[in-house]
Write a protein that binds this ligand. Structure first.
Ligand code: F6R
Length: 610
């Protein structure tokens, strides 16, 4: 939430920074702003609205040229969405300008202290407090590093900062505590950003800041310090993304591009984690001993990753015989843990930067528990702080709604469950091989679902004016119902709710009338008949059924107003094949309602606040 970028080099800083902001726009799009250092003055331009509003403003009314500056795209926390609350925030006398990602918990106390010293505030933000506190400390200390050390130690909360300092035209300062920050190392230029995607157009050589670190970024050098002001040695890493990963290409939206990338993602993980029809996650990543020593798993995750965790629970319990609990990270991280060392905590996250999930992992580690992360983004905080990591290899996911990352999470959990089942002797070699053959056929089957795109768009045309949509699933596809509902509501703003199909008769059935579209996920499975009965309960009350069912299933088709036939797969793979039409349904409903599915209101991709 909130994206920050800073540049010092030889290029036109305004264009480098605005391109950087566009790459980070998924992190928030309430307002955007830029500060440049030019002729020993800091000039600021900021605006409520999306980044293109700022760019239009800069085109109509250009800022003086400069080769150093900072910029910000905001997801509002403290203070409403308006030009004044937009970042960057200059300090009182304009010697500093600050952009910030995070929340300062003690900003009210610090603000009062500064007000007593004669400071006045223009905005309602916590960030303006940082700018003025830094100025106050600098005027006292007369030394920049000392002033910074003093300031960061006074701040409580989470903060990634980029700071421009009027007295040094060769310096941008980066600070990290509990919000991500990376420095990209170029030739005669360096760039600072919340996410490597903004660095990628310039360089693949990066240094990730750890919590409690400060970077002094200059044109031809970067120095790092800890929060005591001591120098820190850092390792240079090489990004292994391609720039096209972060481009839309021929697709109108990232969400559609990422839905279409799913067969490729599935194939990548088959290449990485399967040899001769054997999953090799436990073997190759040295996880075998770890998993065999554990008698219980707690999965902690948020949103879509939580839904992947629910599928994982089903698979790990069914095949590997290990009890699994799935907790929302935001709940887990505040819970008393009744566990022992035979409990493994699994943190699932696409971004690896979700604050709640980071808190959950730290909570687990504080209680002496080992943590295995299932993460998409390498070098993310969750990947770095966990004891063990399995990467989901979905590539950069830009659309706010998670699609390909979910499918990759479910696939990796499936491989993990099957390999563990085999190692424990619950699945014979032949059984495992048979299941893996089905898994290898999956990318092509997902391609066949994507070929139904126009048919699903047509269904979306029939439901996009609805105010409510219900999703029903049972067993391994109950999480699919939850995920289908989440996708629809977050990108189209249609109220959508997922239920376990068998729960309908215990209350939700009262919602059904002939205006309510009910999406029933009922592929061939062990709970097929029971879900047919639930579907009858809906149609008997006039509900309009949209069914996601196996090719050739005329019984369900007869009960349905619309059907999406998906290829036949064994039950353990149905969550992957059935979610794809629901992602497309949500996408087209959003587009028909005039919502940009890549940037739904009030949301941001990487939720780095608590
Ligand atoms: C929904 C969505 C969110 C994320 C959630 C966790 O489409 O993307 O619900 O799944 O914010 O994010 P990660 O997986 O990055 O921890």
């Amino acid at each position: 939430m909130c994206g920050i970028v800073g540049y010092v080099g030889r290029k036109d800083a305004e264009s480098v920074l605005t391109v950087g902001l566009q790459k980070l726009e998924y992190r928030g799009y309430d307002s955007a702003g830029i500060a440049l250092l030019t002729n020993s003055e800091i000039v600021v331009r900021k605006k409520a609205g999306k980044i293109h509003d700022l760019i239009n403003d800069l085109e109509n009314n250009p800022l003086p040229k400069s080769d150093i500056g900072i910029a910000h795209t905001r997801w509002a926390t403290h203070g409403g969405v308006c030009d004044t609350n937009a970042h960057p925030h200059p300090s009182r006398s304009g010697i500093f300008a600050v952009v910030h990602n995070g929340i300062i918990d003690n900003y009210a106390v610090l603000k009062e202290k500064l007000e007593r010293e004669g400071y006045h505030f223009q905005s309602e933000t916590d960030t303006e407090v940082i700018a003025n506190l830094l100025e106050y400390n600098y005027l006292k200390e007369k030394d920049l590093l000392k002033a910074l050390v003093r300031t960061v130690n006074e701040l409580k909360g989470s903060f990634a900062l980029a700071i421009l300092f009027k007295e040094d035209p060769d310096l941008i300062i980066g600070v990290r505590k509990d919000s991500p920050l990376v420095v990209g190392l170029g030739e005669g230029e360096n760039i600072l950003a919340s996410d490597p995607v903004a660095v990628l157009p310039h360089t693949k050589r990066v240094v990730y800041l750890n919590d409690g670190e400060i970077a002094f970024v200059r044109r031809s050098s970067v120095e790092f310090y800890d929060f005591n002001g001591n120098p820190v040695e850092k390792e240079v890493k090489i990004l292994n993304y391609d720039e096209e990963d972060a481009e839309k290409g021929p697709y109108p939206h990232f969400m559609l591009k990422e839905i279409y990338e799913q067969p490729k993602v599935l194939s990548t993980n088959l290449e990485r984690y399967v040899r001769s029809l054997r999953p090799v996650l436990l073997r190759d990543l040295n996880l075998r001993k770890l998993l065999l020593n554990k008698s219980r798993i707690i999965i902690e995750a948020a949103g879509t990753s939580y839904h992947a965790g629910l599928v994982g629970k089903y698979l790990l319990e069914t095949y590997a015989g290990i009890p699994v609990e799935v907790e929302y990270s935001s709940e887990f991280s505040h819970k008393k843990l009744v566990t022992d060392s035979r409990t493994l905590v699994v943190a699932i996250s696409q971004s690896g930067e979700t604050a709640d999930t980071i808190d959950g992992l730290r909570h687990a580690k504080k209680h002496g528990l080992e943590v295995l992360a299932i993460v998409n983004r390498p070098e993310s905080t969750i990947a770095r702080e966990s004891d063990y990591v399995i990467y989901t290899n979905a590539g950069i996911e830009v659309g706010v709604a998670s699609t390909k990352a979910y499918v990759a999470q479910v696939q990796v959990l499936t491989l993990l469950a099957l390999e563990l089942a085999n190692v424990k002797g619950f699945l014979t070699e032949e059984e495992l091989e048979g299941m893996m053959r089905h898994m290898e056929a999956l990318p092509e089957k997902v391609e066949r679902v994507l070929a139904l795109d126009a048919h699903i768009e047509h269904i979306a045309e029939r439901i996009y004016r609805s105010t409510n949509v219900m999703f029903l699933g049972r067993g391994i596809n109950y999480p699919t119902a939850l995920e289908g509902a989440l996708k629809l509501k977050e990108v189209s703003y249609i109220h959508a709710i997922g239920y376990a199909a068998g729960e309908m008769k215990h209350g939700p059935l009262a919602l059904v009338d002939n205006n309510l579209p009910v999406v029933v996920i009922n592929p061939r499975s062990s709970v097929y008949e029971l879900t047919v009965s639930s579907t009858h309960e809906v149609t008997a009350r006039g509900g309009r059924v949209i069914s996601i069912i196996t090719e050739g299933d005329m019984r369900m088709a007869e009960l349905s107003t619309f059907t999406v036939f998906v290829p036949d797969v064994p039950e353990f793979l149905t969550p992957i094949i059935t979610i794809v039409p629901l992602q497309l349904l949500a996408y087209y409903a959003a587009v028909l309602r005039g919502v940009d599915p890549d940037k739904p209101r009030n949301l941001a991709k990487s939720v780095t606040v608590r």
